[in-house]
Design a protein around this ligand. Structure first.
Ligand code: GDP
Ligand code: GDP
Length: 438
């Protein structure tokens, strides 16, 4: 299961600089997929073979010096609820402030591993301020400089030491789809889960033998067999922090990471807002399958085709450039089309695992490339020789072999991807397009 590290601290101590520093090495590799933008607040780190996600809890709020204590409380509380390890960043140039004291007190009461990070120790001049931080009662401060990188290697060592061991839960799961239901507060996540499960608790069974609360429940009825991710978390949802929308984004990280396909619930009466896009972006970053469910359709007066088309268009525009995903209009309350949502999620799962036989793939792609060859670059002709799909890949991955892979630019890769999507059903799943030299 995914492991999550959260960065907390008052404004201007260097949280986002540290976030960038810690994620820097990895993002270049991870973001090979076309069209993904780098998140300022969420990233993945691979340190000596140990992988974790990291989130800057301050990154979603407008940073201002006069941030309210109540706001900090909520941020810290959220980190305690969601993260495996918390990095508490303080400013060594500034020394301890009242707000630092306050945060330290909340963190001391939690049972989560906390690493105290004294930032801005750019040179030894500032090291003399560091002993002051012992009084926060959180052990030895790690001295780092987020801007020049010093100390961050030791910090990463400490983080991976504190991360919980993998309890092997994922290995014990059967190879059936894992679906996560995500969305903003009040979009209808709990309602749709209740609609699936109903009163019949026997449909879902918790996975036995796990050390932590399992986030998977198995659903096996009406011809469906899959795991729902994090239903327990949704059912006993803490109403704390519900007022703050961006927390729902952080809350969905684990479920998204642990799933194959995400069902993104959108409230038809509210339309697409920034947090929907943020959650979508997490799904994209993790290369998960996607089904959009426009919920509360029962409340929408105008259900004409026109209105549906307009809705669909708006959603696809906001989620561009990835637009090839299904959108289902339904209602968790009246149960209208909720099984269609499940059916569609199952289809997306199959699309995600689809392998096109090499000969078929080459016959079609030769036509496609012949009709519109890659544009020559500085007088050099690019020749794509053949294409194959990787068998052991998490998502459909096409490898094109050609003489000058580095000259094949983004628009052409998008052309190839679009042609592939026209011919075969890869709806709802991202695909990789790689160029290799041959
Ligand atoms: P956040 O509000 O906690 O996310 O803080 P930022 O990362 O935005 O940093 C606040 C300010 O501190 C910016 O001007 C950064 O350039 C600066 N800063 C961050 N890390 C360091 C550091 O290690 N050394 C120094 N000298 N400045 C830093
Ligand atoms: P969650 O926060 O995403 O889990 O959302 P809930 O499932 O708790 O739903 C929030 C509110 O919207 C509740 O009052 C639900 O009864 C209501 N609701 C959920 N789905 C529908 C729907 O399809 N139609 C209508 N009319 N109300 C709904």
């Amino acid at each position: 299961m995914g492991r999550l590290v959260a960065i907390v601290g008052r404004p201007n101590v260097g949280k986002s600089t540290l976030f960038n520093r810690l994620t820097q090495t990895r993002t270049a590799i991870v973001d090979d997929m076309a069209g993904t933008t780098r998140d300022r607040q969420y990233g993945k780190v691979d340190w000596i073979g140990k992988e974790f996600s990291i989130v800057d809890t301050g990154g979603w709020v407008v940073n201002s010096e006069d941030i309210f204590e109540s706001e900090i409380n909520k941020q810290v509380q959220l980190a305690i609820e969601e993260a495996d390890v918390i990095l508490f960043v303080v400013d060594a140039m500034n020394g301890v402030t009242d707000l630092d004291d306050h945060v330290a007190e909340i963190l001391r009461r939690s049972k989560k591993p906390v690493i105290l990070v004294a930032n801005k120790v750019d040179s030894n001049d500032w090291i003399y301020n560091v002993p002051e931080f012992y009084k926060l009662g959180l052990g030895d401060p790690f001295t780092v400089s987020a801007s020049n990188g010093s100390g961050t290697g030791d910090l990463l060592d400490e983080i991976v030491k504190d991360l919980p061991e993998d309890d092997g839960e994922e290995e014990r799961l059967e190879s059936i789809p894992k679906f996560a239901i995500v969305g903003r507060p009040n979009a209808g996540k709990s309602s749709i889960i209740n609609a699936f499960i109903g009163e019949d608790r026997n449909i879902v069974t918790d996975i036995a033998g796990t050390t932590r609360d399992s986030i998977y429940t198995r659903y096996n009825k009406f011809g469906f067999d899959f795991y729902l991710v994090d239903t327990a978390g949704i059912r006993k949802k803490t109403k704390v922090n519900e007022d703050i929308e961006y927390y729902s984004v952080i809350r969905s990280i684990r479920s998204i990471e642990a799933s194959d396909v995400c069902i993104l619930m959108i409230d038809a009466t509210r339309g697409i807002e920034a947090q929907d896009v943020n959650i979508f972006s997490l799904i994209q970053r993790n290369k998960k399958g996607l089904v959009v469910c426009v919920n509360k359709w029962d409340l929408v007066a105008d259900k004409s085709n026109e209105s549906i088309r307009h809705f669909e268009q708006t959603i696809r525009q906001r989620f561009a450039p990835f637009t090839d995903f299904p959108i289902i209009f339904g209602s968790a309350l009246t149960k209208q089309r909720i099984f269609k949502v499940l059916e569609t999620a199952v289809n997306v799962y199959h699309n995600r695992n689809r392998i096109i036989p090499t000969s078929q793939l080459n016959t079609y792609m030769q036509e496609v490339i012949g009709a519109y060859p890659p544009p020559a670059n500085k007088g050099k002709y690019i020749k794509i020789k053949y294409v194959t799909m990787l068998k052991e890949s998490i998502i459909p991955t096409f490898v094109f072999f050609c003489n000058l892979p580095q000259w094949v630019k983004e628009p052409y890769r998008r052309y190839l991807e679009n042609k592939i999507r026209e011919k075969w059903d890869f709806t709802g799943t991202p695909v990789n397009i790689f160029m290799r030299e041959k």
